[in-house]
Design a protein around this ligand. Structure first.
Ligand code: GLY
Length: 373
């Protein structure tokens, strides 16, 4: 059932292994990357630690690998200077050296923070990602973007630092809250929408099996998503061009996350799903894709009980102009121009700066108007 995706980046190449039971085998999987010392330093969060850390310890101990762990508080607010400093100083206290391996054991917050810590510690040590959320398995653990948030915005401080290995254990997905699982599924759908119409059709058929917990389906969905991400990262590791396709739905999403204060009113993957629906609406309005495409996207999201429209976000939202202003603050603004990922159809996304602001305004206004009915 296990699948391996190779991220072919010359001297920074690595494997992403996807399948059930990988944490139990962590020792044998990681051993080839260790120097003489059989020990690793693990950065995790308190929630993941309570659920899975002893399991990881046992998996490593099976090969005589000792583990020390630092569990940070869970949540997005951990991804800033104070906890980052704490993590780096802890790694130094533990005398982690150039030949040692740091393990990032958690969701996107831990993966990004631990990866960045590994990038700067002694000018760079190796790290292994063991992502425990669906979102981290299909997106943030692969591709080497690491970093933390600044008061000025999300992910503004960071480095490209590729992991040495990624172990995506699909068994841990069974302990996720259904809402967190579905949020990660927003990123899975994104891959179909941006580059693989057959995968989107497959998701339309298999989405319910996936949420119900069918392991084979989960492995296939994660592996296909990772393969798509790997292909794009290999083409454009540092986001000079094609990698921006991975941001389908994200310009809308970032504005909505900012408008909802990065709170649990809107999880990231929920914002991505709504953002994808809006990006298809915008594409259709600009005559780029057929009118049926946005309906099909929304229909799939709705059938999966996902947040699909602005009307699905609880509480107040700012008006269309304020949302547009938030979009303009997105870091994907280049030379003052807002760049969008639009689509010529399902599976055919492209990057453009050529989008009339009035049309975006109109789409947002219409979507907001539906909230009051
Ligand atoms: N999550 C977008 C990227 O890795 O480029």
């Amino acid at each position: 059932m296990e699948q391996t995706v190779h991220v072919d980046l010359d001297d920074r190449a690595y494997d992403v292994v996807v399948g059930p039971g990988l944490i139990a085998q962590a020792g044998q999987r990681i051993l080839p990357f260790l120097g003489k010392r059989r020990r690793v330093a693990v950065l995790t969060d308190e929630t993941v630690a309570a659920l899975h850390l002893e399991h990881l310890r046992a998996g490593l101990a099976a090969e005589g690998i000792e583990m020390e762990a630092l569990a940070l508080p869970p949540g997005e607010s951990t991804k800033g200077w104070p906890q980052f400093t704490r993590a780096v100083e802890w790694l130094l206290d533990k005398k982690v050296e150039r030949n040692d391996v740091v393990i990032a054991f958690g969701g996107g917050v831990i993966g990004d923070l631990a990866g960045f810590a590994a990038a700067v510690l002694r000018r760079g040590v190796r790290f292994v990602q063991i992502p425990t959320s669906l979102l981290a398995q299909v997106d943030s653990s692969v591709g080497g973007k690491t970093g933390i948030n600044a008061p000025q915005g999300k992910n503004l401080i960071g480095a490209f630092h590729q992991p040495t290995l990624v172990l995506a254990d699909t068994e841990v997905l069974g302990t996720l809250e259904p809402r967190d699982f579905l949020s990660g599924y927003g990123e899975v759908v994104k891959y179909g929408l941006l580059g693989d119409a057959d995968f989107f059709s497959w998701l339309e058929k298999n989405g319910p099996k996936l949420t119900a917990g069918d392991m084979e389906t989960r492995v296939q969905a994660v592996a296909r998503s990772v393969q798509m991400k790997a292909d794009i990262v290999v083409r454009d590791e540092t986001e000079q061009g094609d990698r921006a396709l991975l941001n389908l739905g994200h310009t809308f999403c970032h504005a909505l996350e900012s408008a909802t204060g990065y709170s649990d009113r809107l999880l990231h993957g929920e914002g991505v799903a709504i953002g994808c629906a809006l990006a298809f609406e915008l594409s259709a309005r600009l005559g780029m894709c057929s009118q049926e495409d946005p309906s099909r996207v929304r229909q799939h999201l709705k059938s999966m009980n996902m947040k699909t429209d602005l009307a699905d976000i609880p509480g107040e939202l700012p008006d269309a102009q304020a949302l547009l202003d938030l979009m303009a603050q997105d870091k994907k603004v280049l030379d003052g121009q807002l760049r969008f990922i639009l689509a010529r159809g399902i599976g055919e996304a492209f990057v453009t700066a050529d989008v009339p602001t009035e049309t975006v305004h109109q789409i947002l206004q219409e979507a907001l108007a539906l909230r009051s009915h």
